[in-house]
Write a protein that binds this ligand. Sequence first.
Ligand SMILES: [Ca+2]
Length: 263
Amino acid sequence: MELSALRIYRKQVLSAVSYLLMWWGAALHMDTADASTVSRFTGRFEFYDEAGVLQFEDPNISGIFDIPNSEGFFESGVDFRGSPWRADLVAMYQWDGVPGSGASETKLFSWVTETWQRDGQAITCKISGALDGCIDLRNSGAEKISSRDYSYTFSLQETQFAGVVFIDWAEYRDIVVLSAMQVLDFADDILTVGSIDTDMDGIPGSALVEAPFAGSTWSFDGQQDFSVVPLPAAVWLFVSGGLGMFLFTGGGRRVQGDRKQQS
Ligand SMILES: [Ca+2]
């Protein structure tokens, strides 16, 4: 890359970082959601097996995000292994360092997966943060069979951020996937991001830690388009409603646990 091109590239990346910091700053200081933080996401889904072999790719995933408010989802019209899927955002992480410091920050997302038995059927649910997807089972008199702690520990550097999504696929609910991103470019309201190999196994993305895809990787990258603002009210209601339903039936956040494990 020529020096002039490199300078332009650096300027774009710094602009993108400034923009990201602006969103999060606005989110911290405003009580109401700022419509300008909403973006339309289009991107690629890649699935790698434990050996790092790309087994499946889907270049046409899409969704809507309100990153500072940790809301959003994405999905695809193409089935993965015979079933549709949908990823709902449950947590966002940003790099909080001093620009130019080169500092690396360690982040943690942890959750508890409980298995309950009711009417002869085993049902799993997640507990994470302030939300507890197991409440209904607890209150119904179901019997708890097992409880396991899991977590993702990862580090972020400047121009990086991460989201944790809960994916519904086939009969599975809330498969936890860490999706850490590197800002590659920001121009004309389009933020381009690439997947980070947070667990440094040579495979883009972060290996999943529990069934049904333990050891395999769901990796995402793509583009956030901020030119869609203001979003049509009907679409925004759809997003909010879908997320509310997810939060009611699914998990949330709680800081607890240590290294990832499968006891
Ligand atoms: Ca990896």
